[in-house]
Design a protein around this ligand. Structure first.
Ligand SMILES: N=c1c2ncn([C@@H]3O[C@H](COP(=O)(O)OP(=O)(O)OP(=O)(O)O)[C@@H](O)[C@H]3O)c2ncn1[C@@H]1O[C@H](COP(=O)(O)O)[C@@H](O)[C@H]1O
Length: 119
């Protein structure tokens, strides 16, 4: 995506929330004027497929060590993740809550506490 919206740090802070509300507002809009509406009209599998493709492109940029490429692909991943949330009825607050719940628990500690497989 072209970077055409220079914004202050305060404005950037809420960019994911704003994007979520923009995509929510596109539900039911004409697929001829909104990419989000077009994607949602194509259904859940297509949305998930596009998210997966963008995630793979992100992985490729990470492995290449292309910082700008990784930033750009990360924005694509986040946009497609938000379309997937809107389609699934997930509010960003649900995800923030889950992240907050995990705060302070080391991933090593959490993994060690999982039940061991019995086989
Ligand atoms: N952040 C984004 C954003 N990132 C990527 N894209 C679009 O995602 C598309 C990805 O293109 P691809 O060719 O990979 O995918 P595709 O068109 O589904 O093609 P196929 O794979 O099906 O062939 C491009 O059209 C990009 O422009 C985005 N489209 C919209 N947004 C944001 O969403 C807002 C609402 O957009 P609309 O829903 O279009 O009004 C915009 O104001 C932006 O803030």
């Amino acid at each position: 995506m072209p970077q055409n919206n220079a914004s202050s740090p305060a404005t950037r802070k809420d960019v994911l929330e704003r994007l979520y509300h923009t995509v929510m507002a596109r539900k039911g809009a004409s697929p001829s004027v909104s990419h989000s509406a077009r994607l949602m009209a194509r259904g859940r599998s297509k949305i998930a497929q596009k998210f997966g493709e963008e995630a793979v492109e992100c992985v490729i940029e990470a492995i290449k060590g292309d910082r700008n490429g990784l930033i750009s692909e990360s924005a694509d991943v986040l946009y497609h993740l938000i379309v997937m949330w809107v389609d699934a009825g997930i509010d960003p607050a649900d995800v923030w809550e889950e992240l907050a719940r995990r705060e302070g628990t080391s991933g090593i500690e959490e993994k060690a506490s999982r039940p061991k497989p019995s086989f």
